[in-house]
Design a protein around this ligand. Sequence first.
Ligand code: ADP
Ligand code: MG
Length: 311
Amino acid sequence: MKNRLILIVLLSIFVFYGCSPGLHRESQFLMGTYVEVVSEDLSAADIVFGEFKRLDSVFNIFDTGSELSRLNKAGEIHASEDLFEIIKKAKQFYELTGGAFDVTVAPVSVIWKKAIRSSKLPAKEAIDEALSHVGFDNVYLDDNSRQIKFLKLGMMVDLGAIAKGYAIDKAVLKLKEAGVSSAVVNAGGDIFCLGENRRKAWAVGIQDPRIAKSIAEKIELKNMAVATSGDYEQFFVFQNKRYSHIINPKSGYPADSGIVSATVVTKDALTADVLATAVVVAGKAKAAEFLKEFAGARVKIIDEKGNIDEL
Ligand code: ADP
Ligand code: MG
Protein backbone atom coordinates (compact mmCIF):
# COMPACT_ATOMS: atom_id res chain seq x y z
CA MET A 1 0.00 0.00 0.00
CA LYS A 2 2.71 2.44 0.98
CA ASN A 3 4.57 1.79 -2.28
CA ARG A 4 1.49 2.55 -4.30
CA LEU A 5 0.97 5.79 -2.41
CA ILE A 6 4.56 6.87 -2.95
CA LEU A 7 4.12 6.20 -6.65
CA ILE A 8 1.09 8.47 -6.62
CA VAL A 9 2.97 11.40 -5.17
CA LEU A 10 5.87 10.96 -7.58
CA LEU A 11 3.46 11.03 -10.46
CA SER A 12 0.89 13.39 -9.07
CA ILE A 13 2.03 16.44 -11.03
CA PHE A 14 4.61 16.56 -13.76
CA VAL A 15 5.46 18.77 -16.67
CA PHE A 16 5.63 17.55 -20.24
CA TYR A 17 8.63 18.92 -22.02
CA GLY A 18 8.04 16.74 -25.03
CA CYS A 19 10.85 16.22 -27.46
CA SER A 20 12.52 19.50 -26.68
CA PRO A 21 15.99 20.14 -28.01
CA GLY A 22 17.31 23.38 -26.59
CA LEU A 23 15.55 23.09 -23.25
CA HIS A 24 17.95 22.82 -20.30
CA ARG A 25 16.88 20.96 -17.22
CA GLU A 26 18.72 21.21 -13.88
CA SER A 27 17.78 20.23 -10.36
CA GLN A 28 19.14 20.72 -6.86
CA PHE A 29 17.96 19.59 -3.44
CA LEU A 30 16.96 22.80 -1.65
CA MET A 31 14.37 23.72 1.02
CA GLY A 32 13.87 20.04 1.72
CA THR A 33 12.85 19.16 -1.82
CA TYR A 34 14.10 18.81 -5.38
CA VAL A 35 13.94 22.14 -7.16
CA GLU A 36 13.91 21.68 -10.91
CA VAL A 37 14.35 24.44 -13.48
CA VAL A 38 13.65 24.03 -17.18
CA SER A 39 14.43 26.80 -19.62
CA GLU A 40 16.06 27.57 -22.93
CA ASP A 41 18.08 30.12 -21.01
CA LEU A 42 21.28 28.67 -19.55
CA SER A 43 21.36 31.22 -16.72
CA ALA A 44 17.84 30.42 -15.39
CA ALA A 45 18.72 27.53 -13.05
CA ASP A 46 21.44 29.39 -11.13
CA ILE A 47 19.16 32.39 -10.65
CA VAL A 48 16.45 30.17 -9.15
CA PHE A 49 18.81 28.09 -7.00
CA GLY A 50 20.44 31.27 -5.68
CA GLU A 51 17.08 32.66 -4.57
CA PHE A 52 16.06 29.37 -2.91
CA LYS A 53 19.39 29.21 -1.03
CA ARG A 54 19.04 32.80 0.15
CA LEU A 55 15.47 32.27 1.39
CA ASP A 56 16.25 28.88 2.96
CA SER A 57 18.74 30.61 5.25
CA VAL A 58 15.85 32.84 6.43
CA PHE A 59 13.00 30.29 6.71
CA ASN A 60 14.64 26.97 7.64
CA ILE A 61 13.17 25.82 10.98
CA PHE A 62 15.79 23.06 11.33
CA ASP A 63 18.73 25.47 11.04
CA THR A 64 19.29 27.06 14.46
CA GLY A 65 21.00 30.05 12.82
CA SER A 66 18.11 30.95 10.50
CA GLU A 67 16.13 34.13 11.13
CA LEU A 68 12.99 32.06 11.70
CA SER A 69 14.75 29.99 14.37
CA ARG A 70 15.89 33.18 16.08
CA LEU A 71 12.28 34.41 16.14
CA ASN A 72 11.06 31.08 17.48
CA LYS A 73 13.70 31.11 20.22
CA ALA A 74 13.34 34.74 21.32
CA GLY A 75 9.60 35.15 20.62
CA GLU A 76 10.35 38.55 19.10
CA ILE A 77 12.39 39.99 16.24
CA HIS A 78 12.85 43.03 14.03
CA ALA A 79 12.46 41.05 10.86
CA SER A 80 14.03 41.19 7.43
CA GLU A 81 11.73 42.20 4.57
CA ASP A 82 11.30 38.56 3.53
CA LEU A 83 10.40 37.22 6.97
CA PHE A 84 7.99 40.09 7.57
CA GLU A 85 6.34 39.75 4.16
CA ILE A 86 5.80 35.99 4.47
CA ILE A 87 4.39 36.32 8.00
CA LYS A 88 2.01 39.07 6.82
CA LYS A 89 0.83 36.81 3.97
CA ALA A 90 0.43 33.94 6.43
CA LYS A 91 -1.76 36.19 8.57
CA GLN A 92 -3.99 37.14 5.61
CA PHE A 93 -4.49 33.47 4.78
CA TYR A 94 -5.17 32.62 8.43
CA GLU A 95 -7.99 35.13 8.36
CA LEU A 96 -9.29 34.19 4.89
CA THR A 97 -9.38 30.46 5.67
CA GLY A 98 -11.02 30.85 9.07
CA GLY A 99 -7.90 29.51 10.80
CA ALA A 100 -7.52 26.35 8.67
CA PHE A 101 -4.17 27.74 7.58
CA ASP A 102 -2.14 28.73 10.64
CA VAL A 103 1.67 28.87 10.63
CA THR A 104 1.66 29.01 14.45
CA VAL A 105 0.64 25.34 14.41
CA ALA A 106 4.39 24.60 14.84
CA PRO A 107 4.34 23.36 18.49
CA VAL A 108 1.84 20.72 17.34
CA SER A 109 3.35 19.99 13.90
CA VAL A 110 6.73 19.30 15.52
CA ILE A 111 5.10 16.58 17.66
CA TRP A 112 3.49 14.99 14.60
CA LYS A 113 6.71 15.12 12.58
CA LYS A 114 8.37 13.10 15.37
CA ALA A 115 5.38 10.75 15.49
CA ILE A 116 5.61 10.14 11.74
CA ARG A 117 9.33 9.36 12.04
CA SER A 118 8.81 6.91 14.91
CA SER A 119 5.31 5.65 13.88
CA LYS A 120 4.16 6.22 17.48
CA LEU A 121 0.95 7.98 18.38
CA PRO A 122 1.67 11.01 20.64
CA ALA A 123 -0.03 11.37 24.03
CA LYS A 124 -3.21 13.43 24.01
CA GLU A 125 -1.85 15.49 26.94
CA ALA A 126 1.20 16.49 24.87
CA ILE A 127 -1.04 17.57 21.97
CA ASP A 128 -3.33 19.58 24.24
CA GLU A 129 -0.40 21.28 25.92
CA ALA A 130 1.14 22.19 22.54
CA LEU A 131 -2.25 23.36 21.25
CA SER A 132 -2.46 25.93 24.03
CA HIS A 133 0.46 27.75 22.31
CA VAL A 134 -1.20 27.78 18.86
CA GLY A 135 -3.14 30.68 17.33
CA PHE A 136 -2.17 33.49 14.98
CA ASP A 137 -4.30 35.94 16.97
CA ASN A 138 -1.42 36.00 19.44
CA VAL A 139 1.15 37.27 16.94
CA TYR A 140 1.72 41.03 17.00
CA LEU A 141 2.96 42.65 13.80
CA ASP A 142 4.16 46.25 13.45
CA ASP A 143 4.39 47.39 9.83
CA ASN A 144 6.64 50.37 10.50
CA SER A 145 9.39 48.68 12.45
CA ARG A 146 8.77 45.18 11.00
CA GLN A 147 8.55 43.88 14.55
CA ILE A 148 7.11 40.39 15.00
CA LYS A 149 6.20 39.45 18.56
CA PHE A 150 4.56 36.38 20.07
CA LEU A 151 2.11 37.45 22.77
CA LYS A 152 2.18 34.05 24.50
CA LEU A 153 5.10 32.03 25.78
CA GLY A 154 5.99 28.85 23.90
CA MET A 155 4.70 29.98 20.51
CA MET A 156 6.48 28.96 17.31
CA VAL A 157 6.06 29.44 13.57
CA ASP A 158 6.51 26.76 10.87
CA LEU A 159 6.59 28.02 7.27
CA GLY A 160 6.55 24.52 5.69
CA ALA A 161 3.25 25.09 3.88
CA ILE A 162 4.07 28.52 2.41
CA ALA A 163 7.87 28.90 2.03
CA LYS A 164 8.19 26.97 -1.24
CA GLY A 165 5.44 29.03 -2.87
CA TYR A 166 7.01 32.26 -1.62
CA ALA A 167 10.44 31.22 -2.91
CA ILE A 168 9.08 30.24 -6.33
CA ASP A 169 7.40 33.64 -6.75
CA LYS A 170 10.58 35.49 -5.71
CA ALA A 171 12.70 33.33 -8.03
CA VAL A 172 10.33 34.09 -10.93
CA LEU A 173 10.69 37.82 -10.21
CA LYS A 174 14.48 37.41 -10.36
CA LEU A 175 14.17 35.54 -13.67
CA LYS A 176 12.08 38.36 -15.14
CA GLU A 177 14.57 40.97 -13.89
CA ALA A 178 17.32 39.05 -15.66
CA GLY A 179 15.33 39.03 -18.90
CA VAL A 180 14.35 35.35 -18.78
CA SER A 181 10.89 35.13 -20.32
CA SER A 182 10.33 31.37 -20.50
CA ALA A 183 10.95 28.76 -17.78
CA VAL A 184 9.36 26.23 -15.45
CA VAL A 185 10.24 26.22 -11.76
CA ASN A 186 9.17 23.03 -9.98
CA ALA A 187 9.81 22.73 -6.23
CA GLY A 188 8.61 19.25 -5.32
CA GLY A 189 5.31 19.60 -7.19
CA ASP A 190 4.76 23.29 -6.48
CA ILE A 191 5.17 24.70 -9.98
CA PHE A 192 5.24 28.02 -11.78
CA CYS A 193 5.19 28.14 -15.58
CA LEU A 194 6.71 31.39 -16.84
CA GLY A 195 5.80 32.49 -20.34
CA GLU A 196 5.48 29.91 -23.08
CA ASN A 197 7.29 26.82 -24.25
CA ARG A 198 8.11 28.00 -27.78
CA ARG A 199 4.80 29.67 -28.62
CA LYS A 200 2.74 27.09 -26.75
CA ALA A 201 1.58 26.98 -23.15
CA TRP A 202 3.51 24.64 -20.83
CA ALA A 203 1.66 21.35 -20.35
CA VAL A 204 1.33 19.91 -16.85
CA GLY A 205 -0.13 16.48 -16.20
CA ILE A 206 -2.10 15.55 -13.10
CA GLN A 207 -1.90 11.85 -12.36
CA ASP A 208 -5.08 9.89 -11.85
CA PRO A 209 -4.55 8.46 -8.34
CA ARG A 210 -6.57 5.35 -9.12
CA ILE A 211 -5.03 4.28 -12.40
CA ALA A 212 -1.26 3.92 -12.60
CA LYS A 213 0.43 5.81 -15.43
CA SER A 214 -2.84 7.43 -16.41
CA ILE A 215 -3.28 11.17 -16.54
CA ALA A 216 -6.50 12.45 -15.04
CA GLU A 217 -6.05 15.78 -16.67
CA LYS A 218 -3.55 17.70 -18.74
CA ILE A 219 -3.58 21.40 -18.01
CA GLU A 220 -1.97 24.13 -20.04
CA LEU A 221 -0.28 26.83 -18.03
CA LYS A 222 1.13 30.18 -19.03
CA ASN A 223 2.24 32.53 -16.25
CA MET A 224 0.31 30.38 -13.78
CA ALA A 225 1.13 28.26 -10.74
CA VAL A 226 -0.06 24.85 -9.57
CA ALA A 227 0.44 23.10 -6.22
CA THR A 228 -0.76 19.90 -4.61
CA SER A 229 -1.06 18.93 -0.94
CA GLY A 230 -2.08 15.55 0.29
CA ASP A 231 -2.00 13.12 3.17
CA TYR A 232 0.02 10.58 1.18
CA GLU A 233 3.25 12.54 1.30
CA GLN A 234 4.28 12.09 4.90
CA PHE A 235 2.19 9.89 7.15
CA PHE A 236 2.01 6.81 9.33
CA VAL A 237 -0.80 4.35 9.93
CA PHE A 238 -1.85 3.40 13.47
CA GLN A 239 -4.76 1.02 14.10
CA ASN A 240 -5.94 1.43 10.51
CA LYS A 241 -6.04 5.20 10.75
CA ARG A 242 -3.77 7.44 8.72
CA TYR A 243 -1.95 10.32 10.42
CA SER A 244 -0.40 12.89 8.09
CA HIS A 245 1.82 16.00 8.38
CA ILE A 246 -1.06 18.37 7.54
CA ILE A 247 -2.56 19.44 10.85
CA ASN A 248 -5.96 20.79 11.77
CA PRO A 249 -4.97 23.73 14.03
CA LYS A 250 -8.32 23.54 15.84
CA SER A 251 -8.01 19.92 16.99
CA GLY A 252 -4.24 19.49 17.08
CA TYR A 253 -4.66 16.28 15.09
CA PRO A 254 -3.85 15.55 11.44
CA ALA A 255 -6.41 16.78 8.94
CA ASP A 256 -9.37 14.45 8.83
CA SER A 257 -11.67 16.29 6.45
CA GLY A 258 -12.26 13.51 3.96
CA ILE A 259 -10.07 15.26 1.37
CA VAL A 260 -6.86 13.33 0.79
CA SER A 261 -5.44 15.58 -1.90
CA ALA A 262 -6.03 19.08 -3.27
CA THR A 263 -4.53 20.59 -6.42
CA VAL A 264 -4.79 24.35 -6.88
CA VAL A 265 -4.11 26.32 -10.06
CA THR A 266 -3.80 30.05 -9.60
CA LYS A 267 -1.79 33.12 -10.60
CA ASP A 268 0.97 32.88 -7.99
CA ALA A 269 2.77 30.00 -6.36
CA LEU A 270 2.32 31.24 -2.79
CA THR A 271 -1.47 31.26 -3.06
CA ALA A 272 -1.46 27.82 -4.72
CA ASP A 273 0.83 26.36 -2.02
CA VAL A 274 -1.22 27.79 0.86
CA LEU A 275 -4.66 27.00 -0.55
CA ALA A 276 -3.72 23.39 -1.32
CA THR A 277 -2.86 22.85 2.36
CA ALA A 278 -5.86 24.84 3.63
CA VAL A 279 -8.38 22.92 1.49
CA VAL A 280 -7.14 19.57 2.86
CA VAL A 281 -7.57 20.91 6.42
CA ALA A 282 -10.92 22.63 5.92
CA GLY A 283 -12.79 19.99 3.92
CA LYS A 284 -15.19 20.47 1.06
CA ALA A 285 -17.91 22.65 2.59
CA LYS A 286 -15.68 25.14 4.42
CA ALA A 287 -13.18 25.28 1.53
CA ALA A 288 -16.00 26.09 -0.91
CA GLU A 289 -16.84 29.07 1.33
CA PHE A 290 -13.38 30.62 1.53
CA LEU A 291 -12.58 29.84 -2.11
CA LYS A 292 -15.23 32.43 -3.05
CA GLU A 293 -12.54 34.98 -2.16
CA PHE A 294 -10.24 33.48 -4.81
CA ALA A 295 -12.31 33.75 -7.96
CA GLY A 296 -9.38 32.93 -10.24
CA ALA A 297 -8.37 29.72 -8.46
CA ARG A 298 -9.18 26.28 -9.91
CA VAL A 299 -9.27 23.58 -7.26
CA LYS A 300 -9.40 19.82 -7.76
CA ILE A 301 -9.88 17.51 -4.81
CA ILE A 302 -9.65 13.77 -4.32
CA ASP A 303 -11.62 12.24 -1.46
CA GLU A 304 -10.97 9.12 0.62
CA LYS A 305 -12.88 6.96 -1.85
CA GLY A 306 -10.81 8.24 -4.77
CA ASN A 307 -13.55 10.44 -6.20
CA ILE A 308 -12.28 13.48 -8.06
CA ASP A 309 -14.24 16.68 -7.73
CA GLU A 310 -13.83 20.34 -8.57
CA LEU A 311 -14.48 23.15 -6.09
P1 ADP B 1 4.44 19.78 1.51
O1 ADP B 1 5.32 20.88 2.00
O2 ADP B 1 4.79 18.43 2.05
O3 ADP B 1 4.22 19.80 0.05
P2 ADP B 1 2.26 21.37 2.48
O4 ADP B 1 2.53 22.47 1.53
O5 ADP B 1 0.83 20.96 2.64
O6 ADP B 1 3.01 20.04 2.10
O7 ADP B 1 2.86 21.78 3.88
C1 ADP B 1 2.81 20.93 4.99
C2 ADP B 1 3.65 21.51 6.11
O8 ADP B 1 3.06 22.72 6.59
C3 ADP B 1 3.74 20.60 7.32
O9 ADP B 1 4.86 19.78 7.24
C4 ADP B 1 3.80 21.58 8.47
O10 ADP B 1 5.14 22.01 8.60
C5 ADP B 1 3.01 22.76 8.00
N1 ADP B 1 1.57 22.71 8.36
C6 ADP B 1 0.83 21.61 8.70
N2 ADP B 1 -0.46 21.94 8.92
C7 ADP B 1 -0.55 23.28 8.69
C8 ADP B 1 -1.64 24.21 8.76
N3 ADP B 1 -2.88 23.83 9.09
N4 ADP B 1 -1.37 25.51 8.49
C9 ADP B 1 -0.12 25.91 8.15
N5 ADP B 1 0.94 25.09 8.07
C10 ADP B 1 0.73 23.78 8.33
MG1 MG C 1 1.34 23.80 0.69
